[in-house]
Design a protein around this ligand. Structure first.
Ligand code: ATP
Length: 596
């Protein structure tokens, strides 16, 4: 079974962490515990009240008074018990809510690099399935553990007064339970964690399938994918059965131990009574106490077992807490300017992960003020990575990326990204309305600004065609829009941010001539007033650029205009001859496969 390698370091004291989650609600926990306890006490009072009723019957007196009193106690007990259960359950839900809020904040603020190596489906299961496991453990589990321990200690103290010898025997038996539980509980914890990991794996597998649903179907890969899912489901079942086995064993051991202690105490105590070293009444009291102990011990064992489930969940939740988060702070405090941004990269080296080779080997170029800069180069030369470094999705390994002369690491992250509009290569749209898709980067944009970007990004036709205009749903549950439209929605979204630097990763797939012309017009229009950098895959884009940066295997090979580079750079000449995008360039077969 493949598991997600999430752990950066061993999680710290999950029990303490569980208590931290629950501690915030300690007042409600105490209230719930006390109410449940009182509900139980009224249960004890009922036999006594029944005795009074029967006595009153025997004496020929009126039974209505005692019966009414009994009814009142029964009702009171039921109400208090129900209230206690509700308070504990509500507190459990509150604990889960607190943990989920915390987790959501962490998940959404994860560094991009962390998400590269994780499986989103597994992360989702941590937020949904694992947090659910905490519900009862963090409340009734903790209160039961507490009350049973108090009862156990109380009984032991009384036993010590009655007979130290019999107490030693009892403690010996409790020790045996303790040791056995010490062996069993970690196994329950591990099995639960593995079962939850298998659930996470199922989530990841489903996400993988849904992410490439058409490809899976077109490849007739359903059967193989179902088998993978089934393997994960069976693994989860296997671990669940193991938990059931260990839990049954621990419950049986607990009651068996109390029963065996009862027999041993009876034997030894009986001997002591026969020898005259103990009163019969002391022995009877001791045995009664032993029976009384049965319940707290079993509850204690059950709670400890249940706790293992919660701790397994805490470990999985904590693994997310240990992941790298983005740090929104920065040192830059100067007011922001409205001018087009000044961008410079100096000697940038970068690798995606310490175990991977360098992607950039000293990239450097400048692009300042309004205008169009095109990044070109063979596929894999590191063009998109340049954008990722400017947006600070990743930090450089060495060298610097500066915006307005300030290293991007010194910018407060939100302020940095507020300067930039970013259009990704596959320009994803989010599930929701077209309006929500456009305004997500600029929630305070006015209707007039919205209409303006719709016009600029040549989206007017699309808006008119959609059933509810801007308020039509697009994405998964709405209208599916074409690749070219997606690209223009992404551009409109980026423009609405009024960026001082616009980063555009051109789609590598062919757009039709009308779409391509529309995109180019939008780009040139934007370049008149802002700094636009585009990863260019089309000749029409580069010929319009003020500056072209030619990249090759993680370095900048040449910088210049189209005319200069056609004259002076072999690679650029080849790329241009191949129209940059290769599939339609039969006349330059050598370029095929080197560009994307
Ligand atoms: N998230 C990532 N983790 C690890 N390696 C990556 C990651 N993204 C890109 N790479 C690698 O970094 C190198 C540069 O990728 P990049 O996407 O920057 O190239 P590109 O020039 O934009 O290519 P293309 O023109 O095909 O889009 C490639 O070898 C790629 O496999």
């Amino acid at each position: 079974m493949e598991h997600v390698a999430l752990l950066r370091q061993a999680p710290k004291a999950p029990l303490r962490r569980l208590w931290e989650y629950a501690r915030v609600h300690w007042r409600m926990l105490v209230l719930g515990g006390v109410l449940t306890f009182l509900g139980g006490i009224t249960g004890l009072a009922q036999p006594l009240m029944a005795k009074y009723v029967i006595d009153a019957l025997g004496e020929g007196g009126s039974v209505s008074g005692p019966i009414l009193a009994l009814l009142a106690v029964v009702l009171l007990g039921a109400v208090i018990g129900a209230l206690g259960a509700f308070v504990l359950e509500r507190t459990g839900q509150s604990v889960v809510l607190g943990v989920r809020r915390n987790l959501v904040g962490r998940l959404v603020r994860l560094r991009v690099g962390e998400l590269d190596r994780l499986k989103p489906g597994d992360l989702v299961s941590r937020l949904t399935a694992d947090t659910t496991l905490l519900r009862s453990v963090a409340t009734s589990g903790i209160t039961n553990l507490f009350t049973s321990t108090v009862l156990l200690v109380g009984a032991i103290v009384i036993m010590a007064f009655l007979s130290p010898v019999l107490l030693l025997i009892t403690l010996g038996m409790i020790l045996v339970v303790g040791v056995l539980m010490g062996v069993i509980l970690p196994r329950i914890g591990r099995a639960t964690q593995a079962a939850q990991a298998s659930l996470g794996e199922m989530g990841s597998l489903l996400e993988r399938i849904f992410g490439a649903f058409r490809t899976v179907k077109a490849s007739s890969a359903e059967r193989a994918e179902i088998e993978r899912l089934d393997t994960a489901a069976v693994e989860s079942w296997r671990k669940g059965v193991a938990v059931a086995g260990w839990t049954a064993l621990s419950g049986t051991l607990a009651s068996l131990t109390v029963n065996v202690s009862f027999l041993v105490v009876l034997g030894v105590g009986g001997g002591m009574v026969a020898a005259g070293t103990m009163n019969v009444s002391t022995l009877i009291a001791f045995l009664l106490l032993l029976f009384y102990l049965m319940e707290p011990i079993i509850t204690l064992v059950n709670s400890a077992t249940e706790l293992q489930t919660g701790l397994a969940a805490v470990r999985r939740i904590d693994e997310v807490a240990d992941l790298d988060q983005e740090n929104p702070e920065g040192n830059r405090t100067e007011p922001l300017s409205a001018r087009p941004a000044e961008l410079s990269l100096t000697d940038v080296t970068f690798r995606y992960h310490p175990d991977l080779p360098l992607v950039h080997h000293g990239v450097g170029f400048e692009a300042s003020g309004a205008g169009l800069t095109a990044l070109v180069g063979p596929s894999g030369s590191g063009k998109t990575t340049v954008f990722s470094l400017i947006e600070r999705f990743y930090d450089t390994t060495s060298g610097s990326v500066r915006l307005d002369g300030t290293d991007v690491r010194d910018w407060p992250l939100e302020a940095l990204r507020a300067q930039i509009g970013y259009v990704e290569q596959d320009a994803p749209v989010l599930d929701g309305t077209l309006r929500a898709n456009l305004t997500m980067a600029a929630p305070h944009a006015t209707e007039a600004e919205l209409q303006e970007v719709v016009r600029t990004a040549r989206l007017t036709d699309l808006v008119e065609r959609l059933p509810d205009g801007l308020d039509s749903a697009i994405g998964h549950r709405g209208v599916t829009i074409s690749g070219g439209e997606r690209q223009r929605v992404a551009i409109a979204r980026a423009l609405l941010r009024r960026p001082r630097l616009l980063l555009m990763d051109e789609a590598t797939s062919q757009l039709d001539a009308a779409n391509e012309g529309a995109l180019k017009a939008v780009m040139l229009e934007a370049a008149r007033s802002t700094n636009v950098i585009v990863v260019a895959h089309r000749l029409s884009t580069v010929t319009s650029a003020d500056r072209i940066v030619v990249m090759e295997t993680g370095t900048v090979r040449a910088v210049g205009t189209h005319a200069e580079l056609v004259d002076g750079d072999d690679l650029y000449r080849d790329l241009a001859a191949g129209q940059l995008l290769t599939p339609e360039t039969p006349e330059t077969p050598e370029a095929v496969g080197t560009t994307s």
